[in-house]
Design a protein around this ligand. Structure first.
Ligand code: PEP
Ligand code: MG
Length: 325
């Protein structure tokens, strides 16, 4: 079985009826890039930049960040690389940054909210990203957006830094795709209001499930509510994909759900374009997708949307995949 999977390393990701999707890797450090390539990643779907800021005593400089982004882009050799701007706050704290104590950090000043509050820090990261864009196919992604004004403000700052760099004679790629994560239920429900102003969405199911179910993703006592294939979650995903399709934009997923064997057939059926996961899940996912007829799963997924529980959805998917195998 291992040898079988190895043969898929440089193959495209095709369903049994020929629908092509992209299987990408989530990375959290520079070392992860080689692992992604060794496992047949067609791109990086999520580069978590937090590691650059953690385990040290001061903020990383623009130059330090630039070197890391440039390395990853060059190493990926023209394949798409989605780099997410800083997602700190929530459970992730920086010892050298004084932030107000919050009683609900996951509902507080985290990710883009923090970056819009601390624009100095955000602008430094944007400049490093823009300078690195000349070395590969960079896509920039903003986390934790709830309302459209946050997207507009982030894009305005990006535009300002672009103009400054160009004014300084620095090379910046001519077109950089800009997207946002969908991980707040409000953003999923109102995805149509964002779709015009982004190039892509990437659904962050780790947080989207947590916020939809009102269940802390780290809290074992409510882990039973962590249900990726619950119809409530599937309906949100469906809304996001439909809203993007109407504007001709692509949709990825970079939460754990993208590598989940029960979820993959449904996500393929709903029309997800890009699946980003930990490197080790890519080849098994490619093998699984190769057995699935996309158009039939589009019908199955419609039925799953109308079901009443995750248990019902799981049983339905398992029965179908067993009969296809
Ligand atoms: C997510 O929320 O699904 C996600 C990919 O982001 P993180 O796990 O880093 O919060
Ligand atoms: Mg998240």
């Amino acid at each position: 079985r291992k040898a079988e999977l190895k043969q898929l390393i440089d193959q495209p990701s095709l369903s049994s009826d020929g629908r092509q999707v992209e299987l990408a890797a989530n990375i959290g450090s520079v070392e992860d890039v080689q692992k992604a390539l060794d496992n047949g990643a067609e791109g990086i779907g999520l580069f978590r930049t937090e590691f650059l800021y953690m385990g040290r005593s001061a903020l990383p400089t623009e130059e330090e960040q630039f070197k890391v982004y440039q390395y990853v882009l060059e190493k990926m050799n023209g394949k798409p690389v989605v780099i997410r701007t800083l997602d700190i706050g929530g459970d992730k704290k920086l010892p050298y940054m004084k932030l107000p104590e919050e009683s609900n950090p996951f509902l507080g000043l985290r990710a883009l909210r923090l970056c819009l509050d601390r624009q100095d820090l955000f602008r430094t990261q944007l400049r490093a990203l823009l300078r690195a864009s000349a070395y590969g196919q960079l896509k920039i992604m903003f986390p934790m957006i709830a309302v459209v004004e946050e997207l507009w403000e982030a894009k305005r700052l990006l535009q300002e830094e672009t103009e400054k760099l160009l004014g300084e004679g620095v090379t910046v790629a001519g077109h950089i795709e800009v997207g946002m994560m969908i991980e707040v239920p409000a953003a999923a429900l109102a995805a149509d209001s964002f779709a015009k102003d982004v190039d892509f969405f990437s659904i962050g199911t780790n947080d989207l499930i947590q916020y939809t179910m009102a269940a802390d993703r780290m809290n074992e006592t409510v882990a039973y509510l962590y249900q990726p294939s619950h119809p409530a979650i599937l309906r949100l995903i469906d809304m996001v994909i439909r809203a993007a399709e109407r504007e001709g934009k692509w949709v990825g997923m970079c939460g754990e759900m993208a590598g989940d064997e029960t979820a993959i057939p449904l996500l393929l059926g709903l029309g997800l374009h890009e699946f980003s996961m930990s490197a080790g899940s890519i080849l098994p996912a490619r093998a699984l997708i190769g057995k699935l007829p996309q158009t039939e799963w589009a019908d199955h997924a419609r039925k799953a949307l109308a079901m009443r529980s995750q248990a019902e959805v799981k049983q339905f998917v398992q029965q179908l995949t067993r009969s296809e195998a």
